[in-house]
Ligand binder design. Structure first.
Ligand code: GDP
Length: 440
């Protein structure tokens, strides 16, 4: 969905590479590109203008890390501002212990309300073990009740429905029924229209008054772009919404609504509908989305992670060794153990733009570490210090001594070279803060 946007932002940032410092002159083109990319993704021009101004102010004013390049710094700023734009943290449903939770769904006809009702019910049955009841209050669209019943049957989720009753009566009876049957989660599917009209709003307000919901989720169709944001705003004014769900994000929606809906309405975007199937629902995480949009690998969390784990003193020593080409297999083993503590190496590598792809083969599951350890411990101290002397006969001896194959010894030596490269990059990123230097 954001391919176009991320493609443009990526090339913008590439153009920044090689620049020595973040200056107004060298980011103005990048900012123009960001602006163009956002407008093309169908983000409202006022939101875009504000966003770009914000990024510019941060880029020029912020103290920058000496260890990252201006391009990386720029990505980080755009990333952070995107997160703010999209509402900051992920907002989940407020469940109270041992209490029934009620959600009212609202939205225009065809926006995907009925489908998202089933998705939410399924989601919370799976995550949190809720016992959901879906309430069919959409009495205006003839097929809506059947649709919900069919969905309920196929998922094994109960549906409360009545034919020929008003939405208000159905809601009221469903409340009674749920009390008796002890459902922990009620989701009311309500009626939409093709356009906002007063009778629809009044009915929604009535159902709202009866259900006394903890959440009112407005479902907006992402394919309608800025319109989705405008309609969301109108609904919010009529019946205070607590969260939004953007449906059809899997289609060729340009995604702009996801970027601006929170900024325009002040209401968080909580979920994305990403397909017609009942499990095609994703919780919306602004930071993950920002990384996805930038398509640059998560430089920011790499820097944060590296800073939190790498001991500065030690990292300086290591850096010196790397610079002088004195990084040994013993250091390699130490680093491998440390990296293991930081989490999965594949995750870590995925965060490194450029380097990630090349190093993806490195395997550090605990068993593999044991093998690496065995191989390195079978080496003489001289071999550990100077891996260059490892000729074929030494490698054969080491393989025998460690109970591994020569191929494994060879692979380790390749990984050692790759690790040296990675450590170089990581140390550059986690160094002290100060002026800007270098390029991406
Ligand atoms: P309602 O009138 O608001 O209840 O809308 P429906 O739930 O009936 O959905 C309208 C159409 O959109 C149906 O054909 C759904 O299958 C489809 N739909 C709903 N959510 C999604 C989604 O996230 N992605 C895609 N591709 N289609 C969706």
């Amino acid at each position: 969905m954001f391919e176009e946007l991320s493609g443009r932002l990526e090339s913008t940032v590439k153009n920044l590479s090689g620049q020595g410092k973040i200056r107004e002159s060298n980011i103005s083109e990048a900012l123009r590109e960001v602006k163009r990319a956002l407008l093309e993704a169908d983000v409202h021009f006022r939101v875009v203008r504000e966003f770009v101004a914000q990024v510019k102010e941060k880029a020029l004013g912020e103290e920058v890390l000496s260890s990252v390049t201006p391009a990386q710094q720029f990505v980080k700023i755009v990333h952070d501002e995107l997160v703010v734009l999209m509402g900051g943290a992920h907002r989940d449903i407020r469940f109270e212990n041992n209490q029934q939770t009620r959600i009212v769904m609202a939205g225009l006809q065809g926006s995907g309300k009925t489908t998202q009702t089933a998705k939410l019910a399924l989601h919370f049955r799976k995550n949190g073990g809720h016992r959901p009841l879906m309430v069919a209050c959409d009495v205006h669209r003839p097929a809506a009740i059947d649709q919900l019943e069919t969905l309920g049957k196929s998922l094994g989720i109960d549906v409360y429905s009545e034919r020929g009753s008003s939405a208000e009566d159905i809601a009221e009876h469903a409340m009674e029924y749920a009390r008796k049957k002890d459902y922990s989660l009620l989701i009311f599917d309500t009626a939409g229209r093709l356009h906002i009209d007063e009778s629809m709003m009044q009915e929604l307000r009535n159902v709202h008054a009866i259900a006394n919901p903890h959440e009112v989720f407005f479902v907006a169709d992402a394919m309608t772009g800025q319109d989705a944001v405008n309609v969301a705003q109108e609904f919010h004014e009529a019946v205070t919404c607590t969260g939004f769900i953007l449906s059809k994000m899997d289609g060729d929606a340009r995604g702009g609504a996801a970027l601006s809906i929170n900024n325009v309405t002040g209401v968080p975007l909580c979920y994305l509908g990403v397909g017609e199937k009942p499990d095609a629902l994703e919780p919306f995480y602004p930071d993950r989305m920002a990384s996805r949009i930038l398509g640059m690998g998560d430089v920011v969390s790499l820097v944060e992670k590296a800073e939190s784990v790498v001991d500065l003193e030690e990292s300086k020593k290591l850096e010196k060794k790397l610079r002088r080409n004195q990084f040994t297999l013993q250091d390699f083993l130490d680093q491998l153990r440390k990296v293991q503590k930081m989490g999965s190496i594949t995750d870590l590598l995925g965060m490194l733009p450029g380097v990630g792809g090349k190093l993806k083969g490195i395997d550090v599951d605990p068993k593999a570490i044991k093998h690496v350890e065995a191989i390195i411990l079978s080496m003489t101290p001289a071999e550990r210090e100077k891996p260059k002397i490892l000729n074929a006969s030494r490698r054969r001896r080491i393989a025998r001594g460690s109970g591994r194959t020569v191929q494994e010894v060879n692979r380790l030596m390749r990984q050692f070279e790759d690790m040296k490269k990675m450590m170089k990059q990581m140390n550059r990123m986690s160094r002290k803060k100060g002026g800007v230097s270098g390029a991406m």
